[in-house]
Design a protein around this ligand. Structure first.
Ligand code: 5GP
Length: 211
């Protein structure tokens, strides 16, 4: 499906957060591949590359020293320390998407989302939750990357994240992936139809004529 061009007046920032194991990466990948005009932002991080990842595609990888320099240079619109590693989104990536009039999906942790809220950033905040804590536990164990000990740590972190999620605008419940994909797509499409964002199309239609 064509995913390059913009399909509406301007780039909207969608902020997606979820506890680990709730399926946010899968959902974000699906959205950027299937909803025209949506692109996923590439964050900067100091964590090591995973075997299936490519520098510059999944993340921009850098050193802690360079990351700290970038903080001082005010390159980041938000950044956070997650599991002892730095993660951040640059102003450049947001500006570039807006110039291209693409909607940008930021897949970031709750601390980063709080910072964006504090900056009064105009964005749509979406939280993804599994249907239950038992299901989250089952998924974490099933994906095989966790030991029973680290699962408990992830579940504790999930509680913390869920406890600060009430300031998000939308809640997607990832019970079946198909339904969660639909919910995410409906949110994105509905946000594009807001009267305030359709102002240009509206004015083009009426050509300034009094109604
Ligand atoms: P992972 O190392 O598993 O890819 O990501 C760990 C956590 O860092 C996830 O919650 C992910 O959403 C978050 N993260 C990734 N990029 C950013 C970013 O640019 N800013 C913030 N605040 N969190 C990020």
């Amino acid at each position: 499906m064509d995913n390059k061009g913009a399909v509406h007046g301007r780039g909207i920032l969608f902020i997606l957060s979820a506890p680990s194991g709730a399926g946010k990466s899968t959902l974000a990948k699906w959205a950027s591949e299937n909803i025209p005009g949506v692109r996923q932002s590439v964050s900067w991080t100091t964590r090591p590359k995973r075997p299936n990842e490519t520098d510059g595609v999944h993340y921009h990888l850098t050193t802690p020293a360079r990351f700290r320099e970038m903080i001082t240079e005010e390159k980041f619109i938000e950044w956070a320390e997650v599991h002892g590693k730095y993660y951040g989104t640059t102003w450049d990536s947001v500006d570039e998407a807006q110039e291209r009039m693409q909607d940008l999906l930021l897949v970031i942790d709750v601390q980063g989302a709080v910072k964006l809220r504090e900056r009064k950033l105009e964005g749509v905040f979406i939280f993804v939750m599994p249907p239950s804590i038992e299901e989250l536990k089952r998924r974490l164990l099933e994906r095989g990357t966790e030991t029973p000990e680290t699962v408990q740590g992830r579940l504790d972190a999930a509680w913390e994240e869920i406890s600060v999620s009430s300031h998000y605008d939308y809640l997607v419940i990832n019970d079946t992936l198909e339904d969660a994909e639909k919910e995410l797509e409906f949110i994105i499409r509905a946000e594009r139809c807001r009267m305030t964002r359709r102002r240009l199309e509206f004015d083009d239609f009426t050509m300034g004529q009094p109604l």
